[in-house]
Design a protein around this ligand. Structure first.
Ligand code: FES
Length: 138
């Protein structure tokens, strides 16, 4: 049973699901982060409905990358437009989970449907805090 841990604003939520048992309701690919989140009522933005046409479901994989499907070209192309793209970035609607994983929500996501082009998901960017701490060191 894969264990999925989601970290948003420092708040940790962990759920487990049995492979092949989630009631799929077209939330991205079956058993993707978006599918799991929707099945457990965990908010995960998905402006395009999970069709790989936005980046609102952008997540950072902290642990368990080996337990995810390989990203396809369309996901990588879409990710190129994500806010603060990192080497561990994935789209929540495209990354299919096969084992334990830990993910973190980015501080912002780009949502071109909303006016302003971005919404804030978290309170702070941990990398900025690390930078400030490092600068404060003598
Ligand atoms: S919900 Fe739009 S790309 Fe994942």
């Amino acid at each position: 049973m894969p264990k999925v841990t989601l970290i948003k604003d420092g708040k940790v939520t962990t759920v487990e699901f049995e492979k092949g048992k989630l009631p799929y309701e077209h939330h991205g690919l079956p058993e993707s982060f978006l599918d799991v989140a929707m099945n457990f009522n965990i908010p995960l933005e998905h402006a395009c409905g999970g069709s790989c046409a936005c980046t609102t479901c952008h997540l950072y994989i902290r642990e368990g990358e080996e337990n995810l499907s390989e990203p396809e070209d369309k996901e990588l192309d879409r990710l190129d437009t994500a806010w603060d793209l990192r080497t561990n970035s994935r789209l929540g609607c495209q990354a299919v989970i096969s084992g334990d994983v830990v993910v973190e929500f980015p501080m912002y996501t780009r949502n071109y449907v909303q006016e302003g082009g971005a919404i804030q998901l978290g309170k702070s960017d941990t990398r900025d805090e690390e930078k400030k701490t490092a600068e404060a060191q003598p």
